[in-house]
Design a protein around this ligand. Structure first.
Ligand SMILES: [Fe+2]
Length: 315
């Protein structure tokens, strides 16, 4: 069975360059039912599962629009699915498409089909496939990814907003912060940005992709299951390394570099420096620590209970 459907000639031209969407049949694999997902979660190591709270009730008002790490130790797959259906969380099961054989077969097939449809010159390096299981109230705030992203939406209804890639929507300093690991999603957002967004209502059975760095955000309308492919390309790796150099120049040396206005020679040079800096671990100076603020608790409202004293994640 072919997994990708409705691929057009226009998709081939747009792939990697424009916001685009095609159909898929991932739901027909049987790997994304509640039972299959619960079994998959039970097999997956804790350190590759993130459970994040997206608190909606007033008690946690101060945390609105933040995603907070939840301690889910002790909860089995079934409980995690129930929590996603009833609560205010999203679960990111990292690398499961690479690590569990049944899922890996599917990821490999998607690669083969993309290669066949988009052409062999479209490189996808270090591709990681994760599964997102998220509550009806969940949302992913406005952000940009250092990787290329394909969102394969499988079950439920979610609305994706993708924004233009300009200095207004994503200033260089904000993307530099991302490649330096300073922040995950605090790219400045204004509600009026939505007027310029491409908005896609995903009902399950669509893959949406956008060009590298395009800011985006996602709002759930119901309980959702999606698969996210993240990978780098020669081009994205080149840009990320160059903008890391710019980020350090801006932060440590008070410069005001611009990637957009740089010459190709300057870009090549900065990208080379960035690769060296990364090997030296220059970005680690900017990392922030992940503090656990909630514990998953089936007896609590929304399955979440605040911990008395936040602690560093070590599971
Ligand atoms: Fe993203």
């Amino acid at each position: 069975m072919e997994l990708i459907t409705d691929w057009t000639e226009q998709n081939q031209l747009d792939y990697g360059k424009e916001v685009m969407s095609v159909g898929h049949k991932l739901n027909a694999t049987g790997l994304f039912t509640d039972d299959a997902l619960a079994a998959m979660l039970d097999l997956h190591p804790n350190h590759l599962i993130d459970v994040l709270a997206v608190p909606n009730n007033h008690e946690y008002q101060e945390y609105r629009d933040q995603q907070l790490t939840v301690d889910f130790r002790g909860a089995d797959g079934k409980t995690l699915i129930a929590a996603a259906k009833a609560g205010d969380i999203w679960i990111n099961v990292r690398e499961v498409m690479n690590r569990q054989p049944a899922y890996k077969t599917v990821l490999d097939q998607l690669h083969a089909e993309l290669e066949d449809k988009a052409g062999k010159n479209k490189d996808r390096r270090n591709c990681r496939g994760g599964i997102l299981i998220s509550s009806p109230t969940a949302r992913t705030p406005y952000h940009s990814d250092p990787t290329m992203t394909h969102l394969w939406h499988i079950r439920g209804h979610k609305r994706a907003y993708v924004y233009p890639m300009t200095q207004v929507f994503l200033p260089d300093s904000a993307f530099e912060a991302i490649v330096l690991g300073e922040m995950a999603e605090d790219v400045p957002y204004k509600p009026e940005f939505d007027d310029s967004a491409i908005v896609a209502d995903l009902m399950g059975g669509e893959m949406i992709s956008w060009p590298h760095r395009s800011p985006h955000r996602v709002e759930n309308v119901s309980f959702c299951v999606s698969m996210v492919m993240e990978f780098s390309t020669q081009e994205s790796a080149f840009i990320n390394a160059g903008m890391m150099t710019n980020g350090i120049l801006r932060r440590r040396y008070g410069r005001t570099p611009s990637w957009e206005h740089a010459s190709q020679i300057e870009r090549v040079f900065k990208s080379m420096i960035g690769r060296v800096l990364r090997k030296l671990g220059a970005q680690n100076a900017y990392k922030r620590t992940d503090l656990v603020k909630f514990k998953l608790d089936p007896s609590a409202k929304g399955f979440l209970k605040m911990v008395a004293t936040p602690y560093q994640r070590a599971f």
